[in-house]
Write a protein that binds this ligand. Structure first.
Ligand SMILES: Nc1ncnc2c1ncn2[C@@H]1O[C@H](COP(=O)(O)OP(=O)(O)OP(=O)(O)O)[C@@H](O)[C@H]1O
Ligand SMILES: [Mg+2]
Length: 380
C-alpha cells in the first residue's frame, strides 16, 4: 500500500488520505482541513486521477431510508467499591468501561436493526474518541461527519458505586458538546437534506437545537428529538413548532412544560397533549414500567409496558427511541411504531449492556409476541 503512494507529493498524499477516510469530502472541505486553496486541491485531485489513485467523481445517491443521528457520544466508566466508600482516601474498586450518550446509543440500536445510519457528534483528539469511532464504524455506521476537537477531551461519565451497586457519586465532563455550534448544522446539510429521519438529543447547545429546528423547513426529513435529562430538556425553545416527534419521560416533559402532576400514566397523556399544544406534531411520553402515552395525529393513546425481569435500566429509553424510529421509517404509524419501540426498551432492561448484545431485526421480531395478542401489531 505504502509503495503505491511513492509517486505522490506530500500534499497529494494528504488529499488522498482525506478522500479515503471520507469519500464525501468536498474540495473546499479538504482545502480548509489542509490549509490550502480550493484550486490547489482541485489540481491535486486531477493529478491523483492521472496517476490512477482516484477513478473518478461519482454522484453518491442517498439511500431511501437513511437516519441521521446527532448528539452525545460518551465514554462511560463504572467503579464499584469493594468495601463501603470512605471519603478523602483511596478506595479499591472494580472498574468497567462502556459507551453511552443518547444519540450514540440510538445510532447503534438503529444500525443493529438494519437502518442505514449516519452518526454526527464531536469527540476529542484522543484514544477514547478514536476507539468510539472505530466501534461505531465496525457496526456499519457512517461516522464521516463526526467532528474532532483538539480543545476538549471526549465526553466522559464516571459513576462510583457502593458494593451493593448504588450510586455514591457520578461525575460528568460533557464540556466538548458546547463546541458543537450551530455552524455544524450547515456543514452537514447535504446529509440532513437526504435523510428520511433526523434525530437529535439535547446534549446539543440550545442555539444548535434551534438552528436544526429552523432548518427542518428546508428539508424533507422528519425531525425527532429526545430530552436526555431534565436540566438539558430546558434547552429546547418554548415554542416547539417544527419538531415532528418528541420523546420525553414524564419528569422531562414536566420540566419543559413547567407543570406538575401525579406520576401516573393518565398524567403522561396530559403531558403529551400539552407538548402538542406547545407546537410539536407528535409526542411520546414514557413513564418506565407504567407504560407510554402517545399523542399522535389521530389523538391520544396509552399503552401499558410489557412485563419484564429488569437487570439494568441503562439505555432503555434510547432503545425505545431507536425501535420507534426504525418502525416509523419502515412505514408504521406512530402508535404501532412506539409500541414496538417500548418493547425494545423493555428488552434492553433485561440486558446488563446499554445496547442489547443480541439485537437484530430478527431478534426484535422473535420477541414481538410479548406485546400480546393484538394481531395488527405483528411485523409482516
Ligand atoms: N421496569 C420496566 N419494565 C418494563 N419496561 C420498562 C421498564 N423500565 C423501562 N422500560 C421500557 O423502557 C422505556 C423507557 O423507559 P423510561 O420511561 O424509564 O425512560 P427514561 O427515563 O428516558 O430512561 P433512560 O434513563 O434510559 O433515558 C419504557 O417506555 C418501557 O418501554
Ligand atoms: Mg431518556
Amino acid at each position: 500500500m505504502e509503495d503505491a503512494q511513492l509517486d505522490l507529493a506530500p500534499q497529494e498524499a494528504a488529499v488522498l488520505d482525506i478522500i479515503k477516510a471520507n469519500p464525501f469530502a468536498g474540495q473546499q472541505e479538504i482545502a480548509t482541513q489542509l490549509g490550502l486553496a480550493r484550486s490547489t486541491v482541485a489540481a491535486h485531485i486531477v493529478q491523483l486521477m492521472q496517476k490512477g489513485h482516484i477513478l473518478g467523481r461519482g454522484y453518491v445517491m442517498p439511500s431511501e431510508t437513511r437516519a441521521v443521528v446527532i448528539g452525545g457520544a460518551v465514554l462511560d466508566r463504572k467503579y464499584k467499591a469493594r468495601q463501603k466508600v470512605v471519603l478523602e482516601t483511596s478506595n479499591p474498586v472494580e472498574s468497567s468501561r462502556s459507551m453511552g450518550g443518547v444519540a450514540r446509543n440510538v445510532a447503534e440500536n438503529l444500525a443493529l436493526l438494519g437502518t442505514p445510519t449516519t452518526f454526527v457528534s464531536i469527540v476529542g483528539d484522543d484514544e477514547g474518541g478514536r476507539s468510539l469511532l472505530r466501534y461505531m464504524r465496525e457496526r456499519g455506521i457512517d461516522v464521516s461527519q463526526v467532528a474532532v476537537s483538539d480543545e476538549r477531551p471526549t465526553a466522559e461519565y464516571a459513576a462510583i458505586l457502593d458494593p451493593e451497586g448504588e450510586l455514591v457519586i457520578g461525575i460528568a465532563d460533557m464540556g466538548i458538546f458546547d463546541l458543537f455550534a450551530a455552524h455544524h448544522i450547515e456543514r452537514i446539510w447535504p446529509h440532513l437534506a437526504s435523510a428520511s429521519v433526523v434525530f437529535a438529543d439535547c446534549n446539543l447547545p440550545a442555539e444548535t437545537l434551534s438552528a436544526l429546528i429552523a432548518k427542518r423547513r428546508d428539508g424533507r426529513f422528519r425531525l425527532a428529538i429526545d430530552a436526555v435529562s431534565t436540566p438539558k430538556a430546558v434547552r429546547l425553545p418554548e415554542d416547539l413548532t417544527g419538531i415532528d416527534l418528541i420523546f420525553m419521560n414524564l419528569d422531562e416533559a414536566n420540566a419543559v412544560l413547567r407543570r406538575e402532576g401525579p406520576d401516573l400514566i393518565m398524567d403522561a397523556g396530559e403531558a403529551a397533549l400539552a407538548l402538542q399544544a406547545a407546537g410539536v406534531r407528535e409526542a411520546v411520553v414514557t413513564i418506565g414500567a407504567r407504560g407510554i402515552a402517545v399523542a399522535g395525529l389521530a389523538g391520544l393513546k396509552h399503552f401499558p409496558a410489557v412485563k419484564a425481569s429488569p437487570v439494568d435500566m441503562t439505555g432503555a429509553g434510547d432503545a425505545m427511541i431507536a425501535g420507534t424510529l426504525h418502525r416509523l421509517i419502515a412505514g408504521d404509524d406512530l402508535y404501532r411504531a412506539a409500541r414496538t419501540g417500548a418493547l425494545l426498551g423493555t428488552l434492553t432492561t433485561e440486558s446488563s449492556a446499554s445496547v442489547h448484545h443480541e439485537l437484530s431485526a430478527r431478534f426484535l421480531e422473535a420477541n414481538m409476541h410479548r406485546l400480546g395478542s393484538d394481531p395488527a401489531l405483528s411485523i409482516a
